[in-house]
Design a protein around this ligand. Sequence first.
Ligand SMILES: [Zn+2]
Length: 419
Amino acid sequence: MKSLLIKGNFISAPALGKLEILENGYLLTEDGVIKALFDKLPEQYSNIETDDYSGMLIMQSFCDMHLHAPQYPMLGMGMDLPLLEWLNTYTFKTEARFSDERYAREVYHALAQDLISRGTTRVVMFSSIHPKATLILMEELENAGVTGFVGKVNMDRNGGADLQETAVSSIRDTIYWLDECSRFKNVKPIITPRFTPSCSDGLMEELGKIASARGLNIQSHLSENLSEMEWVKSLRPDCSGYWQSYAKHGMWKDGTIMAHCVHCDDKELAAIKDAGVTVAHCADSNIDLCSGVAPVRKMLDMGIKVVLGSDIAGGAELSMTDVITKTIRASKIKRIESGWQTDFLSVAEAYYLGTTAAHLYFGDKPGFAPGNKLHAVVIDDSSLCTPRKLSLRERFERCLYISEKENIAAVYSNGVKCR
Ligand SMILES: [Zn+2]
């Protein structure tokens, strides 16, 4: 058994809106599992190996709970179209290139390094329809130390000439991919129908059966954009709500994660709450694609589980610090829209959504709780201009708003130091 002490200023989110700040503290791990936090080091631990980050901020690492790996090459481009036109004009063409395994290796290696060096240690991620490229993605993530869920995308309609499966080939490739996934330790498969317009009823039905037979979670998109929702209505006249196009096929349950939920009506929100479905809120993407601003405060008040996603490349920011502050800004737009009736999200609340809320999805306890594998990011903010002495709380807020990748001094993922 290997014991390790980590020394520095610890900031974690034990509950929504709460921060736990420990100045000059120590965190003890055994084999990468958190054992205790101390404000003063007990004598018996004085000779243990120590990673000393005195003066720096040690935060919980970030979780990106919705992003599209094969859209990484178009990050920061193609921002001139709304969702459906954007998919057909830019996105499907970009994803189609991942039939080339060498290209996939090159792009996914870079993405995995970019994620871990920004302190993102857990993801729930879409790949493309290609099973081999999806396995390459999982391998690159695992090698870099990024953990979580990755899904081979399923789509048997409306994908265009270059990015389309048949229901039969989609299921065949999914089974092949799932059988190959057993070799990964920390990156697991998740069933991933792209969204209802991409999947026939028959394909949805088969995917629901596979998910339940193998005990797999499901990710997809829901009520992102008004044109998309109209389209779903015409494709699924048998469903009174968009959510039913998933629920009817056994995909509506605890562990299911639905991106966006910008325009859910009260019935759909109630269905999300009742089933324990998690909402992946992607503020930057929702604004970039002119979709709208999701009612996050309302969801939280209802007790819905909300986590955050970069949704690259609909979103243009891979850093979760940027995603967290964009989430706060979007909630302020909601406040303005509502005639100041809706409270915006505090820094502590948005940090919770980008960290603890998502770590809970993976089975952790809140904050730096004993029993959790260590997922942490160390931020050295000494290069940021400091005209007066700042409190740890002020430094924490400033790090979320203006720190850069270069300020990240170390990253621990799943108990292991990766950076
Ligand atoms: Zn998405």
